[in-house]
Design a protein around this ligand. Structure first.
Ligand SMILES: O=c1nc[nH]c2c1ncn2[C@H]1C[C@H](O)[C@@H](COP(=O)(O)OP(=O)(O)OP(=O)(O)O)O1
Ligand SMILES: [Mg+2]
Length: 214
């Protein structure tokens, strides 16, 4: 287990919504964090079959390109009635032929797949959001943290906060979707808190406890 011994890191992502959330989570720790998007790093091909593999590919690419520690996030929506799909292919499900992302269309695809399987009742629509964070150093060392949050796929999508599939996902115990929660509510965590809500905040809390706390 390696501690982070610098306050300058790269956020190894090209997704604006994720970059904003990671910036919010890391803000109180006084980091200077530039994203791979800002640094104009090429997006590495995500050839892994697990969140862990893809997170490591992205973090190692940014760490080697920058010479700095890099923190990546590989995430997705895992739906039980779809045998775990879209899972590691959650971003691919939103990709149009021209390479642009269309989330309203992706959410309709998810709904069609659930309807085809007759999964209309909430108890047939259980799902979890998964986030795997990887902190990688230029020498190839990696630390991996996984966070998950259980919930239900709703239809129609609700809320215009957040990003991606947020309007489709209602976390267990809440009557709002991630799209209806503020980002503070979605994280459900600040430094010192014993619990977190979102998959990303749960993984981030482990990262803090492992790599930032003395
Ligand atoms: O909290 C979330 N709220 C809504 N949607 C989310 C969330 N977390 C992941 N997602 C979706 C977005 C993307 O379609 C896929 C992750 O794909 P993933 O490859 O990890 O990210 P990405 O390609 O968007 O950015 P990048 O790889 O540059 O970090 O899951
Ligand atoms: Mg990606």
């Amino acid at each position: 287990m390696r501690k982070l011994d610098t306050r300058t890191i790269v956020v190894a992502s090209h997704n604006a919504g994720k970059i904003r959330e990671i910036a919010e989570l890391i803000g109180p720790f006084g980091f200077s964090a530039k994203s791979a998007a800002e640094l104009k790093f090429a997006e590495p091909e995500e050839t892994g079959t697990t969140f862990e593999e893809n997170a490591a590919i992205k973090a190692l690419a940014s760490a080697r390109a920058s010479g700095l520690p890099a923190l990546s996030d590989d995430s997705g929506l895992v739906i039980d009635a779809l045998g775990g799909a879209p899972g590691v292919y959650t971003a691919n499900w939103a990709e149009r032929e021209d390479g642009t992302r269309d989330f309203p269309w992706a959410m309709e695809k998810v709904e069609k797949a659930l309807a085809e399987r007759g999964a209309t009742a909430p108890e047939q629509r259980s799902a979890r959001f998964v986030s795997v964070l990887c902190l990688a150093w230029p020498d190839g060392h990696t630390e991996i943290f996984r966070g998950e949050v259980e919930g239900t796929v709703v239809w129609p999508p609700r809320g215009d906060k957040g990003f991606g599939y947020d309007p489709l996902f209602q976390p267990q115990g809440y009557d709002k979707t991630f799209g209806e929660l503020t980002s503070e509510e979605k994280h459900g965590w600040k430094p010192g808190d014993a619990t977190a809500l979102s998959h990303r905040a749960r993984a981030f809390k482990l990262f803090v406890e492992t790599c930032l706390t003395a």
